[in-house]
Design a protein around this ligand. Structure first.
Ligand code: NAD
Length: 281
């Protein structure tokens, strides 16, 4: 069964399911991406910070899939928010990937305690890439509601997506609701909390009843909520398993049982975007 696609607020479409390459070693990335494309994935999520954009580009070429048939996302690294640095970094992203455009380019973190809190200037630089057609869509990642409000007041282009941590232990409902109200699609990162939710009895009970794996149940839960996901794996059987989400359905009760696992802020596994200030050396 084919992967669902979603319409972004600028008329571009995005496959709802993709393949994430965070923490895949640069040397192993081409192979993982090629495998994912052979399974049928057509959306790859990378970032400058992951150090593996070149492997993503090579994997696509190795698979013999047309560039135009793959949706590629990358993200601006934290040390490059100053407009002149962002321009150089973006040029490098395109050359590492071996393409003249990305489908989506994101500000990876808002870094409100750095750069005088000025992520708006950074955003306006991404608007340049968008207007030039070198990024077909632009968006943000890890933006909180107050960050999104500020962009709405001070910038022209509404982000196409906000990529945030979302999984059954952290529903991140406020940020998600703001996105839904303002046409900003939510991308859920660490959709299975890096495996941390898979042993939960509420999830395994549903999985056992449906004859599916816990990972499939959680990923399907995201799909039915309408979020975009890109689970990561380098294990061929899991790459395949995580792709098989469009031939079964969760009931309303199943959906509610998974959503009831929300632990609010305590469920967060990654950094808090309000204070995160890491800049790679
Ligand atoms: P994830 O929730 O996708 O979990 C990945 C881990 O779960 C794997 O390393 C593997 O150990 C395990 N796993 C995967 N499939 C499994 C299966 N079927 N059964 C059992 N275990 C399985 O976590 P992630 O990689 O952190 O997130 C996915 C993607 O989101 C990343 O690759 C990256 O593209 C993106 N991401 C973005 C940000 C951001 O700040 N924007 C942060 C983290 C991740």
């Amino acid at each position: 069964m084919g992967i669902a696609t979603l319409d972004l607020n600028n008329g571009q479409t995005i496959p709802q399911l993709g393949f994430g390459v965070y923490q895949i070693e640069p040397e192993g990335t081409a192979d993982a991406v090629r495998q994912a494309l052979e399974v049928g994935y057509r959306h790859i999520d990378t970032a400058q910070m992951y150090g593996n954009e070149a492997g993503v580009g090579r994997g696509i070429r190795d698979a013999g899939v047309d560039r135009e048939d793959v949706f590629i996302t990358s993200k601006l690294n934290n040390g490059f928010h100053a407009p002149e640095d962002a321009r150089v970094a973006f040029d490098l992203t395109l050359s590492e990937l071996g393409t003249d455009h990305v489908d989506l380019f994101l500000i990876h973190w808002p870094l409100p305690t750095l750069y005088d809190g000025d992520f708006v200037a950074t955003w306006k630089t991404l608007e340049e890439f968008y207007r030039a057609g070198r990024a077909r869509s632009i968006g943000v990642s890890n933006f909180q509601v107050n960050h999104l409000r500020r962009l709405a007041q001070e910038a022209d282009v509404v982000p196409a997506v906000n990529q945030i941590e979302v999984h059954p232990y952290l529903l991140n409902s406020e940020v998600r609701a703001y996105g839904a109200e303002h046409g900003i699609a939510t991308e859920a990162w660490s959709p299975i909390a890096q495996g941390g939710v898979l042993a939960d009895p509420a999830i395994t009970t549903v999985a056992d009843r449906l004859g599916r794996t816990a990972a499939q149940v959680v990923l399907r839960w995201h799909v039915q909520r309408g979020d975009i996901i890109f689970p990561k794996s380098t294990t061929p059987s899991r790459i395949q398993e995580n792709f098989e989400l469009f031939d079964f359905e969760l009931t309303q009760e199943d959906m509610a049982a998974v959503s009831a696992l929300d632990r609010g802020e305590e469920g967060r596994t990654g950094p808090n975007p309000d204070v995160f200030d890491y800049v790679p050396a």
